[in-house]
Ligand binder design. Structure first.
Ligand code: PMV
Length: 308
């Protein structure tokens, strides 16, 4: 009988993306944000113990020494905390970067979970969020924490960086089309742009967005889909005023309304990225997704707001 080869232990970590229904940017200034997990997206990291660290991903493939500085610093900090001499990480993700879907938080979450699993260490949610926050701070400066939270939870929530989170219970029946404009936005740039806007013009526009979120919460409780759609469009106008939209994104919002959407807006940081459009029925939502895919706006999803 052949001697059995001892199986090398691998650590595995998972995460998913998110969409912000309402409240992006305002959430950085202490307002609420309403967000849904994008459970059909998948980010996975496999970690193996090695003597010298490597990363394999579509973003970067090579030795850790040559990795982008934010990634290298993060992994070295994790190695230090877990007393790991070296780690070989294989990261796979179907989330586009710079799309407003929380991909950087999801990558950080999956790497953290994989490294902790490799070391047989428990990873309470608070610790996972703390590590994602470390990564997000170096990637985009002043994160509210909504992305980190959403990539680690299964339910739609109202998130507030001071008050914490609340799970959403809603009778609402509706479908959201999500599609990528093919314009890659930088959340860091968008957050900095809003900060400049606030410095020049004050908080009026941001507070306006915050008010839309409060109304949207009410409409979600009442199951008022039409009202919610109208608010989404108003929120888009406010985000446009803040300077974080993009002509391509505005065109997609117009197309969605022409296709019968109750409302549409950018989602996430903006300056490109994804558009979300709200429909009462799945057929019209699927038809718009098909139209957008033909036009090259991909990837895309239809999210059933009732069933997740
Ligand atoms: O672009 P994303 O997916 O990172 O979403 C960012 C959401 C913002 O409100 C713009 C920033 C934040 O940290 O909340």
């Amino acid at each position: 009988m052949k001697p059995s080869i001892p199986k090398v232990h691998e650590g595995v970590g998972f995460a998913h993306g998110k969409i912000i229904l309402m409240g992006e940017h305002a959430v950085v200034y202490g307002h609420d944000a309403i967000a849904w997990p994008l459970l059909s997206s998948h980010v996975k990291t496999i970690a193996k113990q090695v003597s010298s660290s490597h990363i394999h991903s579509s973003l970067f493939d090579g030795v850790l020494e040559q990795a982008p500085v934010y990634l290298k610093t993060f992994i070295l900090q994790l190695q230090d905390a877990l007393d790991l001499q070296g780690v070989d990480l294989t990261i796979t993700s179907d989330l586009p970067l710079g799309a407003g879907l929380g991909s950087s938080a999801a990558i950080a979450g999956s790497i953290t979970a994989a490294c902790f699993d490799l070391c047989h260490q428990p990873l309470p949610l608070a610790d996972r969020l703390k590590w994602i926050h470390v990564f997000e701070t170096s990637v985009h400066g002043n994160p509210s924490g909504v992305d980190g939270f959403m990539t680690s939870t299964q339910s739609p929530i109202v998130f507030n960086k001071i008050k914490g989170f609340q799970t959403i219970q809603t009778p609402i029946q509706g479908f959201l089309v999500i599609a990528h404009s093919q314009v890659f936005g930088s959340t860091k740039e968008a957050v900095a742009l809003v900060a400049r806007y606030v410095k020049q013009h004050g908080m009026k526009q941001v507070d306006e967005l915050g008010k839309f979120v409060q109304q949207a919460k009410l409409f979600l409780t009442q199951g008022n889909l039409v009202g919610l759609g109208r608010l989404m469009f108003q929120a888009h106008q406010a985000l446009k005023e803040l300077g974080v939209s993009h002509p391509q994104v505005d065109r997609m919002v117009e197309q969605a309304l022409t296709a019968g959407a109750l409302g549409a807006k950018l989602t996430g940081g903006g300056l490109g990225g994804c558009v979300i459009a709200l429909f009462q029925d799945a057929q019209h939502a699927q038809a718009l997704l098909k139209q957008w895919n033909v036009q090259g706006y991909a990837p895309g999803w239809v999210l059933d707001l009732h069933h997740g």
